[in-house]
Design a protein around this ligand. Sequence first.
Ligand code: BEZ
Length: 189
Amino acid sequence: MFLTRPSIIRGITAFTNQVSARALHSTQIAMAPIKVGDKLPVADLFEDSPANKVNICELTAGKKVVLFAVPGAFTPGCSKTHLPGYVQNADKLKSEGVGEIVCVSVNDPYVMAAWGAQHNTKGKIRMLADPNGAFIKALDLGTNLPPLGGFRSKRFSMVINDSKVEELNVEPDGTGLSCSLADKIKIKK
Ligand code: BEZ
């Protein structure tokens, strides 16, 4: 059989497409959202700058941590209600045995730092950035929010005890302001 150059190229392209489609398919991992009792995934978050990594498993080892995640820094619901509630309740939560309160968003660390400064979070809440969403993807608690640019975190709160999830409150619609608010957190004795 005599093959022309274009037909050889078409054949190679078709073969390559098939292989890469299979490769893509075989690397898809069935995910399920993290649940009570699960250990947190290993992930780095960033505080104040990209040079300042915070390993979430190290941060939560051997203590109770309240972590809440928001769809976006500076957005109205997060700025007027979600973050201020945790600022107001920080001393109470700490008096109940919480070692750290952590706010996470799929934003860059400079944005998180500026948002924290605006809300006087220093000494109360650690403002941790998940710039490419790796932590939120590993929890399988992300959502697509085109008005905010695409992949973001669902709004949720979590009580973590020694790196394990002890309580989890994910907003049913992903962004509402109900079960994940600070005054809904119940710290187990
Ligand atoms: C908010 O105001 O919290 C918000 C705005 C847009 C998308 C998601 C949340």
